[in-house]
Ligand binder design. Structure first.
Ligand SMILES: Cc1cc2nc3c(=O)[nH]c(=O)nc-3n(C[C@H](O)[C@H](O)[C@H](O)COP(=O)(O)O)c2cc1C
Ligand code: SF4
Length: 433
């Protein structure tokens, strides 16, 4: 057991931790006061940059660096969007933060908005999170009442409004440009980048999109400093991290640990080991978009950006889905492909057509009507959608957004790592293998 003490989830087990009264009783909004009274906007960005806080929404981009891309000149308004769409299968950490300590996220939003000089911010929350939405509405009302939002926040002369915007249940609206289209009232079709949102985002104005967990870290960095943050976990991607563990484990849930904790510790210690003490077979380390890992690959594996890159996978949303020896990999792969076929926005041909072909072929393999050629065809389709799972080969960019890769990488990894199960399905079907 490490001596790490939770930072983001320290108070989640206390009654009424979601209220402003509670949050203030444990020092909440002191970072905002410090920022508004003693720091210029650039000082805030520089502190976050120095902390090396990397985005917790999937791509792991430096938060401070991204804020620094907001143009200083020009008269366009600036916007901040907190991405609370949380739709990646196996991911449920932002929901916990919003339910239990929403003011921590809001404090991060206000500080980030000040850093980029935005006067309007949004929280884009997935439509299915209705009770969380009500908590956020209460959060906004309390903050306005306490002069933490609106005009002249805490007598500083800085104005900010925050609007909670509910999505309508589309996975692709978690992708930042699909999100921005949706926020503008349009169909959530991702945009081609560049231009990136920091230059041309909401209503073609400079916009920063950050994940809930990313923003929740910000008040702690301001209060305790970039050096303190950088000392937690690995230098190249430090900080506390929420790991969501689900699937075949005894104690599924959200666990806060330093970046770089070993995957084996998370599975066998925090989550209590594999259900019915069965053998581990495979793991999605970062949501269903990350290439799957075999049990052997999980050994001595550090859960941080570099650790996962070293096994050709990714930290993604840190949604760890555990599969035991009884899981049929063709069925699991079909399950994943069905999700993506349903969620493809349909804008690009390789993704729209590819996802439905994957489902058709995997279904006939699983049903016992497939051939060996079908297995080759699955690989060809994934190659045409997003490319190879070997990141060093860099076969990116065949579709408008990274959804194409998010499908092709996991599907390829299933076939490449568990080929024998796919071959065994030929002519027989998955139900009997
Ligand atoms: C298909 C797809 C779905 C995504 N879904 C989410 C999501 O639900 N929540 C999220 O924060 N980021 C999601 N992202 C990542 C966002 O596009 C964006 O990188 C992120 O919100 C930036 O925040 P961060 O820098 O704080 O991580 C998704 C990306 C893709 C390609
Ligand atoms: S890759 Fe798929 S989800 Fe992304 S824009 Fe193209 S069709 Fe839509």
């Amino acid at each position: 057991m490490s001596d790490f003490k939770p930072i983001l989830t320290e108070h989640i087990h206390t009654e009424n931790s979601h209220t402003l009264e509670f949050y203030r009783s444990v020092g909440g909004y002191s970072a905002l006061e410090k920022v508004l009274k003693t720091m210029a906007p650039d000082d805030v960005t520089n502190e976050v940059k120095a902390s090396n806080l990397r985005g917790r929404g999937g791509a792991g981009f430096s938060a401070g660096l991204k804020w620094g891309f907001i143009p200083k000149e020009g008269d366009k308004p600036k916007y901040l969007v907190c991405n609370a769409d949380e739709s990646e299968p196996g991911t449920f950490k932002d929901r916990l933060l919003m339910t239990k300590v929403p003011h921590q996220m809001l404090e991060g939003i206000i500080i980030a908005s000040y850093a980029i000089q935005a006067q309007l911010a949004f929280v884009y929350i997935r439509g299915e999170f209705y009770s969380e939405y009500l908590i956020l509405e209460q959060m906004i009302a309390e903050a306005k009442e306490a002069s933490l939002l609106g005009k002249n926040i805490l007598d500083s002369g800085y104005d900010l409004d925050v609007v909670i915007h509910r999505g309508a249940g589309a996975y692709i609206c978690g992708e930042e440009t699909g999100l921005l289209e949706s926020l503008e009232g349009k169909r959530g079709w991702p945009r081609i980048k560049p231009p990136f949102p920091a230059i041309e985002g909401y209503l073609k104005s400079p916009t920063i999109v950050n994940n809930v967990e990313t923003l929740a870290n910000v008040p702690h960095i301001i209060n305790r400093g970039a050096d303190w943050f950088r000392a937690i976990g690995p230098e190249k991607g430090p900080g506390p991290k929420l790991f969501c563990i689900s699937g075949r484990v005894k104690k599924p849930g959200v666990y806060e640990e330093p970046m770089g904790i070993s995957l084996q510790d998370l599975i066998y210690d925090r989550a209590g080991g594999i259900t019915k003490d069965r053998k581990l077979k495979a793991v999605f380390p970062g949501g269903s978009s990350s290439p799957i890992l075999t049990a052997e690959e999980t050994e001595d594996l550090k859960m941080d950006f570099s650790g996962l890159a070293s096994v050709n996978s990714m930290l993604g949303s840190a949604g760890i889905i555990v599969m035991d020896e009884t899981v049929n990999m063709v069925k699991a792969c079909l399950n994943v492909a069905r999700f993506y076929a349903h969620e493809s926005c349909g804008q690009c041909t390789p993704c729209r057509e590819g996802t439905s072909w994957l489902v058709k072929i995997l279904t006939r393999l699983y049903d016992g009507n497939g051939t060996r050629r079908d297995i080759e065809m699955l690989l060809e389709i994934t190659d045409n959608m997003g490319g190879l799972a070997d990141f060093s080969l860099g076969s990116f960019g065949k579709t408008v957004c990274p959804f194409g890769e998010a499908v092709s990488w996991p599907v390829r990894s299933f076939i490449e790592k568990f080929e024998n199960e796919f071959v065994a399905c030929v002519n027989i079907g998955g139900a009997v293998v």
